[in-house]
Ligand binder design. Structure first.
Ligand code: IPM
Ligand code: MG
Length: 363
């Protein structure tokens, strides 16, 4: 068995964390006897510099012809003034859209070794283990009309549109219920149905899928997004699977990430099309780029998600997850999760420690 992986390191700390993730991938490929063919592509700010746009057709084709895509991070301060149409973030939205990746899975699991790295009290976060299922190709991110126009009086008017259709809601609801069946069998659907008609529809369709499509074994609750933002930090253990719109999912997943101590710990999978895409939830972190300070664990855990969801190599994925846990239990920390009494390491050393742990687990 051999797999073709498109590797898109991107900008900022993307290349640094990707290097560690790929080395872990190559290591488990050797241990579990499967082949890996890597092909690298330039995206984001790097692609703007080289080709004048953040996502070229050749990179898009590379992604489409692969078994899976590993993505680093895109963007950076020097791109902030650019026109929206050519900003690095567009590459990400373009990839999601073109690959049909409508379901974004962001697991938020607190490693017990990190309970005191969280900004919340240990007794609140300990044991938190939830999965954010974010709709990724619809909603206000893509809805029409959008844009900024100048009015006759010279002032401007900006518009974005939140749109969801029945099939878009149905398919993401299925992803959430299916995921819940493999977990603690609870789905919290998050909306703003008391104000926004589009999410009133969201609530209605999610409830209908639950009732009519054989998910009686899963408990469904509906929660308003403002309440959910509060409940996430009040009592995160109440959540199992949280399913929500593109915009609410963007916001709530960053909030939920902080339960784990650092957004540097969070992997993600974007699914729904033929090719899955895997990326750390964190951004390009330009303030620490090139200094060997980045936390590669989110990327390494994203490799594990890829092995599980796209490559059917669950044993290799488990081995990576356990190795990350082992390294944290042994007291090694990158700067973002450092705490008194722990050993501070850089990006490269953290990657090496995980690989050593993977090797050790074999014997
Ligand atoms: C994310 C990011 C992206 C998003 C940005 C970079 C376009 O914040 O993946 O959560 O908003 O989806
Ligand atoms: Mg985000």
């Amino acid at each position: 068995m051999s797999y073709k992986i498109a590797v898109l390191p991107g900008d900022g700390i993307g290349p640094e964390v990707m290097r560690e993730g790929i080395q872990v991938l190559q290591q488990v490929a050797r241990l579990y006897h499967f082949g890996i063919e890597l092909e690298e592509g330039i995206v984001g700010g790097a692609s703007i510099d080289a080709h004048g746009k953040p996502l070229t057709d050749s990179v898009l084709n590379l992604a489409k012809q692969s078994d899976a895509v590993m993505l680093g991070a895109m963007g950076g301060p020097k791109c902030d003034g650019l026109d929206y149409a050519i900003r690095p973030e567009r590459a990400l939205l373009g990839l999601r859209r073109e690959l049909g990746l409508f379901a974004n899975l962001r697991p938020v699991k607190l490693f017990s070794a990190l309970a005191s790295a969280s900004t919340l009290k240990r007794e609140v976060v300990e044991g938190a283990d939830l999965l954010v299922v974010r709709e990724l190709t619809g909603g206000i991110y893509f809805g029409q009309p959008k844009g900024v126009t100048t009015l006759p009086d010279g002032t401007e008017r900006g518009v974005n549109t939140e749109v969801y259709t029945t099939p878009e809601i149905e398919r993401i609801a299925h992803v959430a219920f299916q995921a819940a069946l493999k977990r603690r069998k609870k789905v919290t659907s998050v909306d703003k149905a008391n104000v926004l008609e589009v999410t009133e529809l969201w609530r209605k369709i999610v409830a209908r899928v639950h009732k009519n499509e054989g998910y009686a074994g899963v408990a469904l609750e509906h929660m308003l997004v403002d309440n959910c933002a509060m409940q996430l930090i009040r009592n995160p253990r109440q959540f199992d699977v949280v399913v929500t719109t593109n915009m609410f999912g963007d916001i709530l997943s960053d909030e939920a990430a902080m339960l784990t101590g650092s957004i540097g710990m969070l992997p993600s999978a974007s699914l729904g099309g033929k090719v899955g895409m895997y990326e750390p939830v964190h951004g390009t972190a330009p303030d620490i780029m090139g200094q060997d300070k980045a936390n590669p664990l989110a990327t390494i855990l994203s490799v594990a998600m890829m092995l599980r969801h796209s490559l059917e190599q669950g044993a290799a994925a488990d081995r990576i997850d356990q190795a990350v846990e082992g390294v944290l239990n042994a007291g090694y920390r990158t700067g973002d999760i450092q705490e008194p009494g722990c050993k501070l390491v850089g990006c490269k050393q953290m990657g090496q420690l995980v690989r050593d742990q993977i090797d050790r687990a074999k014997g």
